[in-house]
Ligand binder design. Sequence first.
Ligand code: BGC
Length: 338
Amino acid sequence: MKFNKALAMSLFSLFITSQANAFTVGVAMPTQDEGRWYNEGFGVEHMLQNSGFNVELFFGGDIDVELQQRQVERLSNSNIDALVIGSIDGNALTQVLKITKSKKIPVISYDRLITGTDAVTYYATFDNGKVGQIQGQFLIDKLKPTVEHPKNIEIFHGSLDDNNAVFFYGEAMKILQPYIDSGALVVKSGQIKPEDTEIHGWRTDLASKRMDDLIDKIGYGPDGEKLDGILSPADCISTGIIFTLKKRGYTTDNIPVITGQDSTKEALQNIQEGYQAMTIFKDGKELQKAVVEMIKAISEGKEAPVNDTTTYNNGVMDMKSFLCKPELIDNSNIGKLL
Ligand code: BGC
């Protein structure tokens, strides 16, 4: 009797494992070179594996759009049952996803929206508009700009091929623009539009370079023109800006108020040391949980839980989305991440 029960148990668990193991998820992440994506690539892999799924994980090298296209094509032509994609260029997968769609492979757009295709089944992301609002409001709260006492700021925009960047900037600017219009905030460079402020590929080195150029052009400096704040959409950009500012003589006594997002290792250190004013914590585990729930539902032929169907449209359809909450981190609450 005892033996039979044990046998039944192990047969049952074998059945469960082989059932789940039969389902393979392809995961394509943008790059392993940026902290956020490295952590999240392996995070998704582990969480899916812990739920019994097979995973094929790829990273898009040095944010290499063509490499990611080839990876998605390869995954679509292999024996996968679902695909999770953190895109590099949200617009560059339209062609290759035709293959995916023809093979009836469901696609989850991870964090960044894949646009211009009807091949996307679900979108799992953070409330990206909220990220921009938190950043914009933070600058206002810290700088307290008024027409009588105007403050100088500069603006950095994320990569234009990333729909998230448009949301971060759009919502932050809804808060900042009225102050710019009234003269309470001044952008001395005159560079405000997305195409004038873009850091393509979210590259730290390009952010450093643009900050250098702004200093040369305007004469910002600890002993020169005062720069009070910088709207930076993400830590990878803030890190580049801070690198330049330090090199050009700024210290924690005169560094502008700089925003960020992702709570990268560098940003947390910069916040502790007083170089960066804030970042945003986006709990990768929450996002990964949402993805695992989607994959579970797909593997069982059910509808996945979503909490938003109106915010995101990818140019072809409204997205069934799950939005996780972003959280402001500054030196008052950084302790919870250390
Ligand atoms: C993500 C941000 C990240 C940025 C650069 C965006 O799509 O939402 O969290 O900082 O890409 O990788």
